[in-house]
Design a protein around this ligand. Structure first.
Ligand code: DMJ
Length: 647
């Protein structure tokens, strides 16, 4: 009888029991533990009794039901003389029962129950002879066994998958010495950011480069999850900073633990952690990254337990309890959050062979497809309880942005097989062009925001990623409008460059207006900051890859110099609060996306195209490259190590 050893796992103490000394005179000291055994024994005896009564009391209605039940059960038997049918050594019993055999069987079962009972009693008596310490030691051993088993289960190596070895023939080293020098400068900036984080913020989520200590925000919860390490890994790898990469890997291996009582953003953890770990895995082939990604994904799954399957914005990694941001329209989930899981989740299903992740994101897609869209636009807010839209705000910037990006990238990542995603992207982009994209009086193309039936003529720094997206989606566009979308991408890149160029620091503000004579300039004080964001540089890079127009490298270099001049401090890199001020103040945060995205895109801009070619890699929204999956189409997703089937 092994059950008693499991009792203490519940951590609950039983109230003192009044069996005391008279029942077990020699073992007062072990009384409390003994009581648990005794209770358990009594309970098991009671259950056995009930079990016996249920099955064997003559003429009870249950007995009759049991007989009837038996008629449908397959019992090994070869005697067909009473009208039963022999099915390959198994008999389906007919009406006529062998009473004698039945009684014998009952007797045999009763004896067995009696024997089990006595054995259990003996074992319990033996246990009770032991000292409290011995029992506790036994319990501990049992507990350890369980923990070890669980650990083994968790870290069971997953099936091997073929790793693409496509990160550049010569690590993307450019032939031109001037370009090489610029690329080296960017690598040096990465080293400066990393080394300072290593020194002052190691293990924390981010770094405060001026205070020289760790930093975190609520998106990462309250625990030190080393966000910067995970986010930076693939950039380190691509740049050939292998010692730093190994340090990061070691930290992750030893310290990255997701069993923490911490409430995190599902979206941020997905794009930064799962995306970062998956990219590190695909680039380096180190199993630890895949294992950690899968463990973490398991912790995010409870967020999908909502009436609609639209996940909560936040989930507690330990309890699995989810909720939404208090500020989001009427308890809504956010389009850019629940709509930016697809790439990572498809890869998780591919790597594990478990369709659970794929099914979650496809369910979201199906639900969105069924919904009415005002003017063909997707509102930013969706209530996960009711499945209804919240406020009718639409944005290609904050709250909406990466949803559109992931529709396109789902198609690209599926080797262009996921045509459903492509159609959704094309439909969405057409509506966006019609309702949100305008030209300013000064001829700048901008993407505004739709708010309750009118267009706000304001564009966010975040929205600037769309230039790259339009260029990336040009090939394969509806009605063969590739030229049009490449042109649109170029116009957005130009506008966003203007938003940088019209500032004192040559760094872009968080949001800029096209209204009342103002063009590409921030008006409100709280929109003048630059927090090391990547989107403008991201668009320069895509535009460079598709056009090779040298102006994109030139603009990228301007941004590099401005960052190095105004954001670099001795303890790392910091955001600045006002890009129009010649003596800017720092926000004292080195964002993890600065290492994941901004520096990576800059480095790629000054590398040759064979470093992570876009035919083979698709970058997630945090710039983590994931390989294109060459999938075949089938009715159901069946993943294996080599192939995954697409619905
Ligand atoms: C990044 O975390 C991602 O790019 C995300 O999609 C939105 N923007 C931040 C950086 O600005």
């Amino acid at each position: 009888m092994t059950t008693p050893a499991l009792l203490p796992l519940s951590g609950r103490r039983l109230p003192p029991l009044n069996l005391g000394a008279s029942a077990f005179p020699h073992h007062r000291a072990t009384l409390r533990l003994s009581e648990k055994f005794i209770l358990l024994l009594i309970l098991s005896a009671f259950i056995t009794l009930c079990f016996g009564a249920f099955f064997f009391l003559p003429d009870s209605s249950k007995h009759k039901r049991f007989d009837l039940g038996l008629e449908d059960v397959l019992i090994p038997h070869v005697d067909t003389s009473k009208g039963g049918k022999n099915l390959g050594g198994f008999l389906i019993h007919g009406q006529g029962h062998d009473e004698h055999r039945h009684r014998e069987e009952e007797e045999r079962l009763r004896n067995k129950i009696r024997a089990d009972h006595e054995k259990a009693l003996e074992e319990a008596k033996e246990k009770l002879k032991k000292s409290r310490d011995e029992i506790q030691a036994e319990i501990q051993t049992e507990k350890n066994k369980v923990v070890q088993e669980l650990k083994k289960k968790d870290s069971k190596p997953l099936p091997p998958v073929p790793l693409p070895n496509l990160i550049g023939i010569n690590s993307g080293e450019p032939a031109d010495p001037d370009i090489r020098e610029k690329r080296n400068k960017i690598k040096e900036m990465m080293k400066h950011a990393w080394d300072n984080y290593r020194q002052y913020g190691w293990g924390h989520n981010e770094l405060k480069p001026i205070a020289r200590k760790g930093h975190s925000t609520n998106i990462f919860g309250n625990s030190q999850m080393g966000a910067t390490i995970v986010d930076a890994l693939d950039t380190l790898y691509i740049m050939g900073l292998h010692d730093e990469f190994r340090e990061g890997q070691e930290w992750i291996d030893k310290n990255l633990d997701f069993s923490v009582n911490s409430e995190v953003s599902v979206f941020e953890v997905n794009i930064r952690f799962i995306g970062g770990l998956l990219a590190a895995y695909y680039l380096s082939g180190q199993e630890v990254f895949k294992i950690k990604a899968v463990q973490l994904a398991g912790k995010l799954l409870p967020a999908f337990n909502t009436p609609t399957g639209i996940p909560w914005a936040m989930v507690n990694l330990k309890s699995g309890v989810g909720r939404n941001w208090g500020w989001a329209s009427a308890g809504s989930s956010i389009l850019a959050e629940f709509g930016t899981l697809h790439m990572e989740f498809v890869h998780l299903s591919y790597l594990t062979g478990d369709p659970v992740y794929y099914n979650k994101v496809m369910h979201i897609r199906k639900l969105l497809q069924k919904m009415d869209r005002p003017n063909g636009l997707y509102p930013n807010y969706l209530n996960p309880r009711t499945g209804r839209w919240g406020q009718h705000h639409t944005s290609v910037g904050g709250l909406g942005d990466s949803f559109y990006e992931y529709l396109l990238k789902a198609w690209l990542m599926s080797d262009k097989m996921d045509t459903e995603a492509r159609k959704m992207y094309d439909d969405a982009i057409e509506a966006i062009e019609k309702h949100l994209i305008r030209k300013s009086n000064g001829g700048l193309t901008f993407i505004g925001e739709w708010k309750n039936g009118h267009l706000e003529r304001k564009m966010g720094h975040l929205t600037c990623f769309a230039g790259g997206m339009f260029a990336l989606g040009a090939d394969g566009s509806r009605d063969d409008k590739a030229g049009h979308y490449l042109q649109l991408g170029a116009e957005i890149a130009h506008t966003c460059h203007e938003s940088y160029d019209r500032t004192t620091l040559k760094l872009g503000p968080e949001a800029f207006k096209f209204d009342g004579g103002v063009e590409a300039v921030a008006v409100r004080q709280n929109e003048k900051y630059y927090i090391l964001r990547p989107e403008v540089i991201e668009t320069y890079w895509y535009m460079w890859r598709f056009t090779h127009d040298p102006k994109y490298r030139q603009w990228g270099w301007e941004a590099t110099q401005a960052i190095d001049k105004y954001c670099r401090v001795s303890g790392g890199f910091s955001g600045v609060k006002d890009v129009y001020s010649s003596s800017p103040t720092y926000d004292d945060v080195q964002q993890s996306f600065f290492l994941a995205e901004t520096l990576k895109y800059l480095y790629l801009l000054f590398s040759s195209d064979d470093l992570l070619p876009l035919d083979n890699w698709v970058f997630n929204t945090e710039a983590h490259p994931l390989p294109v999956l060459h999938l075949t189409i089938s009715k159901h997703l069946v993943c294996s190590s080599l192939s995954a089937m697409w619905v």
